[in-house]
Structure formats: C-alpha cells, structure tokens
Design a protein around this ligand. Structure first.
Ligand SMILES: [Zn+2]
Ligand SMILES: [Zn+2]
Length: 333
C-alpha cells in the first residue's frame, strides 16, 4: 500500500515524511482492517514527526484522525460488518487491567498504545485497529468533515468538560486552530461566551465568524474576567498570561500533549483558588458522547484538503498557522 513513513524525526521544513510503498497490514484477533478514506492532520503529528515526543516505533506511519470503511474483520471481531463507516482516533488500545483502567480513567492507562505513534496510523491506504477502540461515524457528516472531530474535536470536548461551565459563562481560548474551531461550536451550543486570543489574524477572523464574542492577540486582555480558559497553543509563556485573565476560582485547562516550558510566575496569579489542569488523551466514553453531540448540534468543520502524497506540505502549513480550521489528507478519491 501507499503510506507516508517517518524514519527519523526531523524539522518539518526538511519534509521528513517519505511517500512510500509498504506491506499491507493484516487484522489480528479482535481487530478490523479499515480502508482509509481520509485522515486528519493534528498538531500531535507534528510533535511526533519533529521528535518532541520520543520515538516509540521506527519507521512509523503517523495519523490518528482516520475515517474509513471496514474491509475485513479478524478472528473474534464481530462488532462491525464490511462497509461500515468508522473512525480511528489517538487512543489505539489500553490494557484494560491497570489501576487507571479499573477506575474508569482509561485515558491515563499505564500501558496504552497510540495510533500513529506507538503503532502505525492513518497516513496510509489501510490501517488495522482493535474493534473495541473504533468509533461508528454518525450519518450527516461527510468523511472529510468528520475527520477533525476524531482528535481535535474529542480533545476539545474533554477540555470543555474539565472547564465546568454553565450557561452565560465566559471562556477564553488561546490558539484558534482545529480543536478551537470545533470547541467554540460546542461552547456556543451550551450558551457559553468565547473570548479568543490568537496571534494569527486569519484565525481571529475565523473565530469571529464562528461566534466569538471578542478576539485579540495572544497577550491582549479580554474585556471581562474569565470563568475558565483553554490553552490549545503549545507555548508555555501563555500560561501566566492566561492566569491573569481568570476570575477568582477560575480554571485554566491545558489541551496539548506537548508544551514549551512554562516560565515562573508570581504565586498571586494562582492564589484565590485558581486551578491549572492538563488534559491527557481521552476515554472512549468522551469520544462516543462527543460524536453524538457533534451530529446533534451539528458541528460544521472547516477543512483544507491535501492528497496523501502532500502530507509534508499540509504539516508545514499547519506549523506556519496557514490552515483555517483543520487540514485533512484525502487517501481514496
Ligand atoms: Zn490500563
Ligand atoms: Zn491529535
């Protein structure tokens, strides 16, 4: 099959993904073989490709926002039938037995596998995954518009839940890429006002179009104290700036898997019961709840399409803030 292969992590400017011919995967026990239609491009893919996340499998096929059709089922896989439309996300598998899995916190599993990082992902024509970690994709969403929901969407949803907001609450977003452009639609649906801070003016325009009450540069102060803020951008210097915008007892949620170092800041910024919390991965329940909600709202994603062979170009544009909404690779036409 055709796939984009990462042999050694390198800066994306060097176009490290090789568009190559590799062996087709075969579904093992409990697994399904999926013909990939599209695969979303996520900032985590950049962190894998550039080596900010330590390499776990080499070479590796990145990509963890896969939409495709079931083609074949392995031994004992009975959940899906050939032709079913499904999604495969970042959480590829958990052990199901560790203390976190037992406690219903499978996102924190001690022995997880991650799609497109510790196992091969969806920048390829075919992918295998355990059927229990595969999501049915609701009707009413095209393949390309569904793809960004599978990571950007689900993680944004988990961030929103952690922010614990009611109707009329004021919520800040730092960074306005793929996750934020979905999360704002959920926030608006819940009656929450969004104040979007982002360095890129094109992203400010999209935030306004999608109903942001206010937009500004990364370090501009929103006009009201915020009940919570979510940091989507991977820049640690945002943390003290965002703390300054919170009311007493406000929550700061960090949505990224990787962030540059957070500079030291005076305790006063945190005192008065402000909270900082990171979000790590997601549970399958998050994914199922969110996809149901996405179809109900319905969420409209903005996507920029690229052929699979141009994954390097899509990732370079993502790094340069040149994507409005989400980048998606088309694998089958
Ligand atoms: Zn576990
Ligand atoms: Zn992701």
């Amino acid at each position: 099959m055709k796939a984009c292969l990462l042999r050694t992590p390198a800066r994306i400017q060097n176009n490290p993904l090789e568009f190559s011919e590799v062996a087709d995967p075969k579904p093992g026990a409990g697994q399904v073989l999926v013909r990939v239609q599209v695969c979303g491009v996520c900032r985590t893919d950049l962190h894998v490709i550039e080596g900010e996340l330590p390499p776990k499998l080499s070479p590796v096929i990145p990509g963890h926002q896969v939409v495709g059709r079931i083609h074949e089922t392995g031994p004992n896989a009975k959940r899906f039938a050939k032709g079913d439309r499904v999604g495969i996300a970042w959480l590829h598998q958990t052990d199901g037995t560790c203390e976190y899995c037992q406690r219903g916190e499978e996102n924190l599993c001690n022995h997880p596998l991650f799609t497109g990082y510790t196992v091969n992902g969806g920048y390829a024509e075919w992918i295998v995954a355990p059927e229990g970690f595969v999501y049915p994709i609701p009707e009413g969403l095209t393949d390309e518009h569904a793809a960004p929901l599978l990571c950007a969407g689900i993680i944004g949803y988990r961030c929103l839940r952690m922010a614990k907001l009611g109707r009329g609450a004021a919520l800040g977003f730092y960074g306005f890429g793929a996750a934020a452009h979905v999360a704002i639609q959920v926030a608006n649906y819940w009656g929450v006002d969004v104040y979007a801070s982002t360095r890129d003016e094109r992203h400010q325009v999209l935030a306004k179009e999608l109903g942001a009450k206010w937009t500004g540069g990364t370090l501009d102060a929103p006009p009201v104290p915020l009940d919570a803020a979510i940091v989507f951008a991977p820049a640690g210097e945002i943390v003290p700036a965002a703390l300054k915008t919170l009311r007493k007892g406000g929550r700061l949620i960090l949505g990224g898997i990787h962030m540059s170092d957070i500079p030291s800041f005076p305790y006063d910024l945190l005192y008065q019961e402000r909270m900082i919390r990171s979000v790590a991965n997601n549970t399958r329940q998050d994914g199922e709840e969110f996809l149901k909600l996405a179809a109900e709202i319905p969420i409209r994603t903005h996507v920029q399409m690229y052929p699979l062979s141009e994954a390097n170009r899509a990732l370079n544009q993502l790094k340069n803030d040149a994507i409005s909404g989400a980048a998606v690779l088309r694998v089958q036409s």
